[in-house]
Design a protein around this ligand. Sequence first.
Ligand SMILES: O=c1ccn([C@@H]2O[C@H](COP(=O)(O)OP(=O)(O)O[C@H]3O[C@H](CO)[C@@H](O)[C@H](O)[C@H]3O)[C@@H](O)[C@H]2O)c(=O)[nH]1
Length: 453
Amino acid sequence: MEQLRNGKRLIFFPLPFQGHINPMLELANILHSKGFSITIIHTSFNSLNPSSHPHFTFHSIHEGFSKSGTLKDTLLVISSLNANCHEPFRGCLTRLLSDVSKEPVACLITDSVYDFTKSVAESLKLPRILLRAWSASSFAIYATFPLLREKGYLPKQDSRLEEEVTELSPFKVKDLPLINSDGPERYFKIIADLEDQTKASCGLILNTFEDLDEHALATIRQNYSIPVFSLGPFHKCYPNSSSTSSSLLAQDQSCISWLNRQAPKSVIYVSFGSVAAINEAQFLEIAWGLANSKQPFLWVVRPGLVPGSDWLEALPSGFHETLNGKGHIVKWASQKEVLSHQAIGVFWTHNGWNSTLESICEGIPMICMPCSADQMMNARYVSDVWKVGLQLEDGVERGNIEKTIRKLLVEKEGEEIKDRVVKLMQKANFCLKPGGSSYQSLDALIKHILSFN
Ligand SMILES: O=c1ccn([C@@H]2O[C@H](COP(=O)(O)OP(=O)(O)O[C@H]3O[C@H](CO)[C@@H](O)[C@H](O)[C@H]3O)[C@@H](O)[C@H]2O)c(=O)[nH]1
């Protein structure tokens, strides 16, 4: 049943990357289901498709990029978005605020990476709430950066990568989130700015739940004196969200008919999200590791996954024949639908936060192959804190891959891991029910928004 409108409008501003668009639109769906009208401001770079969300109003701003695909350095793209979007965003927001034909705007909900939204919202006297798309634990670590620098853990030194960061156990130096860039100073500055603009916001929303991230959430609440709302997992809050796709790439539906022909809990699903890149040698080790495991696998090879390669041309001729129908390779899948399929036994992931949470929510154990940013910390939590997956600690090598797959699918260790992830999945379901922590957090968020005048 359609919820009565509450006469308030919310303006959402997603960062134009798949891993940020998905949680932002899921959150918009949740708040729409609670009676808010929704307006989305989006960039023309990785532009959204309004027809997939007919219940929202869309406004596009031009960020000045010539065409999509210039993603070699994510940090550079983010800096350019912050530099270029400022004025078009201000213009668009000013027009929306003065539009008396629509409901009054209660607040702006923006991706936390957009730093200029602080000054724009302040100058327009509009309350601004941040959505942080990373996990709580990888966000909580920011406040420790000065200490990590002082102790010499950052910038990372090759000789110390395997060392445990005793102040942040179980993280190792190699897990710390230093994105490859042309110099650490630029990254440290971005983090410091992010800290400041978070403290100046009216609230912070995280896509997690108390039972999963209790400790990190407590640290965040202690470090930032702003309201913090943990109302995830978003994609499970709003029952119809999977039908309103926010996918930038076409999802290959052949995955589902192929999965329908596989035995329950037998398939390894392999996907490294929308940004990660691997080299050709790793690509071949993955291919042979999967083939040699003799388990059925569904592999998402996104065009661009191996830089310089269009798609599968690096695979040796005859590779497909050796599989005997046991492998299915696609360019992009309907991941949430795939993970909820009864045939899936293991998810081999790069541990982007959305993929990690989606796997937990379906009770699927993970093989962790983090590539950058927060992924190493998410993977460390998966393997060492929640103990719901295994890392390829000894490298991406076919024998090691085969061994790890066996551990998870055949050996006792795998059964224990499976039991733990199923328990976490049950906690995820429970927190969304009336009285559960995320249910209460959503109520608190709504009250907070309605308190703005
Ligand atoms: O074939 C696919 C593969 C992925 N997805 C979806 O795409 C999203 C991918 O998000 P995520 O797993 O977080 O990975 P990235 O795309 O790499 O996300 C970026 O954004 C995340 C949130 O900030 C960070 O945690 C990551 O490190 C960063 O790379 C998920 O919702 C998936 O369900 C599909 O729909 N089909």
